[in-house]
Design a protein around this ligand. Structure first.
Ligand code: ACO
Length: 332
């Protein structure tokens, strides 16, 4: 096993994910907007996305992902100290979706709160959880990313509607055994670029959906090319920086779990960090971009498919609205 000079304080003891069973294919989208399966596949790598049935809400998806993660970690809901949900599509404006998850799983002893960092919500949550473990006596933290992006997608806009999907992913963080665990995290943001990826409607600026200057403002608005450029630069920087900080090289990474937004972004980032294709986990084709849920869903699938073995070094990199970005290195 690779020697690492860092003694982790917390570790990922269980993961879970949940995807709605209703599937929307590129061919379905061809009937909705002026697009083609070929364009979507070539430009993004996406073929399908999972979309919730009417009436299903974010905490429902989070509950299912949580139960799988808790079961694997052998942690009871009442043993949870904290529940953090990364989301931009919570059940209601307030209270937090984390409180609804707390109620649904019966985690009566936890403190529950949401984290709004767009696609980075889960990874910011991991970073905060690790630091909470370092500074408190807490033993068990549940970190989630859960989104129903279909609820804020403009289904008439071909620039964005082909990209997004729904889902949730979870992980249970416990105290480390001293070997396995979170070796380091890095999180960053740049608010000067916030307008490039935003949903202006529904906040205090435009509380009434009918008062927005343009009805598109009630949905995800994105300057795709700019987001693409910054995503590549910042995910690369985040990946390299955290590897350096924990004293590892790119050749030490057994698996890269990148934010699943666009295949071309993933390929560019992996190349720049110098991680070969075989060591990059991709499920983007099946689910599209599920924002904060993207990394925990991918992490759970990678583990359950046997792509992550005992002792493996996993690098996660993410980028999203804010702009926000970050990375984490974990030994499993
Ligand atoms: N089908 C067919 N044509 C399309 C479609 C579509 N679905 N969407 C756009 N086009 C057209 C455009 O209109 C344009 O046509 P024109 O040349 O006649 O003007 C042409 O295709 C090229 O458009 P670009 O925007 O330049 O296409 P690009 O190659 O940049 O791909 C994309 C667009 C996929 C959105 C890409 O820019 C991207 O992935 N950006 C990053 C998205 C991302 O990573 N988001 C992450 C964060 S999301 C979050 O935080 C919630």
């Amino acid at each position: 096993m690779l020697e690492v000079n860092i003694k982790p304080v917390s570790m990922i003891a269980g993961t879970g994910s949940y995807l709605p069973s209703r599937v929307l294919s590129n061919f379905d989208l061809e009937k909705m907007v002026n697009t083609s399966d070929e364009w979507i596949k070539v430009r993004t790598g996406i073929e399908y996305r999972a979309i919730v049935e009417d009436g299903v809400i974010t905490s429902d998806l989070c509950k299912e992902a949580s139960l799988e993660a808790l079961d694997e970690a052998k942690v009871l809901p009442e043993e949870l100290d904290i529940i953090v949900v990364g989301t931009i599509t919570g059940d209601v404006k307030f209270p937090s979706t984390a409180c609804y998850v707390q109620k649904k799983i019966g985690a009566k002893n936890a403190v529950a709160f949401d984290l709004g960092a767009a696609c980075c919500g889960f990874l910011y949550g991991i970073s905060i959880a690790d630091h909470m473990m370092k500074s408190t006596r807490y033993k068990n933290i549940l970190v989630l990313g859960g989104e129903i992006l279909s609820s804020i997608t403009n289904w008439k806009d071909r620039n964005t509607c082909v990209l997004f999907g729904d889902g949730a992913g979870a992980c249970v963080i416990k105290r480390s055994d001293g070997k396995k665990g979170i070796l380091g995290t890095y999180i960053k943001s740049d608010g000067t670029l916030s307008e490039l990826l935003t949903m202006p409607g529904g906040g205090t600026k435009y509380p009434d959906p009918s008062s927005v200057p343009d009805e598109k403002m009630n949905f995800i608005n994105m300057e795709g090319r700019e987001v693409f450029k910054h995503a590549v630069i910042n995910m690369t920087e985040a990946g390299k920086l955290i590897l350096k900080e924990v004293g590892l090289k790119s050749s030490d990474v057994d698996i890269l779990i990148p934010h699943q937004a666009n295949m071309r972004i993933i390929e560019a980032v992996a190349k720049k960090i110098d991680i070969p294709k075989e060591r990059v986990f991709i499920n983007l084709n099946k689910y599209g971009n599920t924002s904060a849920a993207s990394i925990p869903i991918a992490l759970n699938e990678a583990r359950k498919e046997g792509r992550i073995k005992e002792g493996d070094i996993c690098l996660m990199v993410v980028f999203g609205g804010g702009f926000t970005w970050g990375s984490a290195v974990v030994r499993f």
